[in-house]
Design a protein around this ligand. Structure first.
Ligand code: NAD
Length: 269
């Protein structure tokens, strides 16, 4: 197994991509702390981690609160003695216009602050909270979940895309500072991944139209489908394990080939 007896914190692992990462890590022998605000779903993820044969914690934690983040990390170290892996995954587009386009001309300041706090400040707070333990162990892996939208925004979401681009800057900075401590820091840029992330946008759509929405979205990618949490989890295992032992400061798109367009040549010969 690739992560035997390692201890990971995965933020936002109650559902979606974070849950996919937590379960894949558990399959690889990793203990997983699920840090999320959705307590019931976090407990469900933990039960699945345990049914795979691993162990972990479901911790109620708002990752935008430095006090809650510090308490969460303390609890993980209290139970497992160390943190080997941090996945800064929690994130979303929240605020009063969450499901819509957000023109720079009308975006409420409050939405900017909330989205930047959730998608960028949280990664700073969680990384800061684990780094002394990782330094003590002279070992650590931090995986930051950005978005392809950081560099190729598909529509106007300036607060979200700026925060996700900020994650790339944070990744490069931490990789540079923490390399001498044998702490590797990398980022994943997911393309469209089918998760509850899309629920607010699709809540009024009939089920068959939802399927069509994802089919059409998938057609934008060379691989002709939207991604799954397991697609991101595979990349996260790579970046969290010794398979990537000489990789730091890297940004990996996991996007079915986007932003490349699907090939236009129909003659497959
Ligand atoms: N789904 C996609 O297409 C896609 C594409 C690019 C990037 N991403 C990024 O991937 C990450 C995971 O997205 P997802 O699709 O699984 O979304 P999701 O909405 O399904 O899951 C997000 C998780 O984060 C948790 N969360 C939200 N606010 C929190 C807070 N303050 N404290 C702790 N936990 C909190 C939620 O409870 C939820 O469990 C996010 O950072 C997202 O921006 C997703």
């Amino acid at each position: 197994m690739l992560l035997s007896n390692q201890v990971a914190i995965v933020t936002g692992a109650a559902q979606g991509i974070g849950k996919g990462i937590a379960l894949k890590f558990a399959e690889e022998g990793c203990f997983v702390a699920i840090a999320d605000i959705r307590d019931e779903h976090a407990r469900e993820t933990l039960n699945e981690v345990k049914s795979i044969g691993s162990d972990g914690l479901a911790l109620s934690c708002d990752v935008t609160s430095s006090g809650q983040v510090a308490a969460m990390v303390e609890e993980v170290i209290g139970k497992f003695g160390r943190v080997d892996i941090l996945v800064n995954n929690a994130g979303n587009i929240i605020g009063s216009h969450a499901a819509m386009l957000n023109s720079i001309g009308t975006l409420p300041e409050e939405d900017w602050d909330q989205v930047v706090a959730l998608n960028l400040k949280s990664a700073f707070l969680c990384s800061r909270a684990v780094v002394s333990n990782m330094r003590k162990n002279n070992s650590g892996k931090i995986v930051n979940i950005s978005s392809l939208g950081a560099v190729h925004p598909p529509k106007a979401q300036p607060h979200y895309h700026a925060a996700k681009a900020g994650i790339l800057g944070l990744t490069y900075d931490m990789a540079s500072e923490l390399g001498p401590d044998n702490i590797r820091v990398n980022a994943i840029m997911p393309g469209p991944i089918r998760t509850p992330f899309y629920d607010p946008m699709l809540k009024d759509m009939p089920e068959d139209e939802v399927e069509e929405f994802f089919r059409n979205l998938g057609k934008l990618a060379p691989l002709q489908r939207v991604g799954t949490p397991a697609d991101i989890a595979g990349a996260a295992v790579f970046l969290a394990s010794d398979l990537s032992s000489y990789v730091t400061g890297a940004v990996l798109p996991v996007s079915g080939g986007m932003p490349l367009s699907p090939g236009m040549v129909s003659n497959k010969g």
